[in-house]
Design a protein around this ligand. Structure first.
Ligand code: GRF
Length: 192
């Protein structure tokens, strides 16, 4: 199963997927990394693993639809079966989401359906939440609304800051994202 990862930034979840996919029994291969920011540090990390990379700035295209058509062309040129969003900070349009329906997943730093959108750690702390966590879910047109594949919980500890809490959640992100991709890739490999 051929997988592309879409990023915008540091790419730590991308790195976790790349490392996991090196195991001989892992059912997916990371064949390309696409960023909407040329300066994303994750691009260099991917290239250092010998993975194809590309960056496409949405602002250079006349419309979001055209930007996303080119992304799909790029993904198709890599012969991609599954798309993983890993800190990709653009909301995707309906055509793109429909093209990859059931084949595109995202990692979100909260226990969905709680705290969709940005600043999840700040909001969990402001609410006095006792548990927090992360979710890998299918991407559907509604932001952070698709069916969950895997979740992990972490405790919120006294004295936590958004930074300390996000670091605790990130450890779990790096654990469950490769697991969720393994599950999806295994299912797809069995599909006719
Ligand atoms: C992660 O917290 C992820 O859950 C969110 O964006 C962040 C990306 O970090 N969607 P990284 O680029 O994977 O390090």
């Amino acid at each position: 199963i051929r997988v592309a990862i879409l990023i915008s930034g540091r790419g730590s979840n991308m790195s976790a997927l790349i490392e996991a996919a090196k195991a001989p029994d892992y059912p997916a291969e990371i064949v390309g990394v696409l960023s909407n920011r040329a300066a994303a540090p994750g691009l260099e990390i991917a290239a250092s693993h010998g993975i194809a990379t590309a960056s496409l700035a949405q602002s250079r295209f006349p419309s979001r639809d055209m930007f996303e058509d080119i992304m799909t062309q790029m993904l198709e040129s890599w012969d991609v079966d599954i798309v993983c969003l890993a800190g990709f900070m653009r909301i995707l349009g309906e055509d793109f989401v429909t093209r990859w329906a059931g084949k595109m997943i995202n990692i979100h730093p909260s226990l969905l359906p709680l705290y969709k959108g940005l600043h999840t750690h700040e909001r969990a702390l402001a609410d006095g939440a006792k548990v927090h966590g992360c979710t890998v879910h299918f991407v559907t047109p509604g932001l952070d609304e698709g069916a969950p594949i895997l979740q992990a919980e972490v405790p919120v500890l006294p004295g936590d800051t958004p930074e300390s809490l996000s670091a605790r959640v990130l450890i779990e992100e790096h654990r469950i994202y490769p697991e969720a991709l393994r599950t999806l890739a295994s299912t797809q490999a069995l599909a006719p």
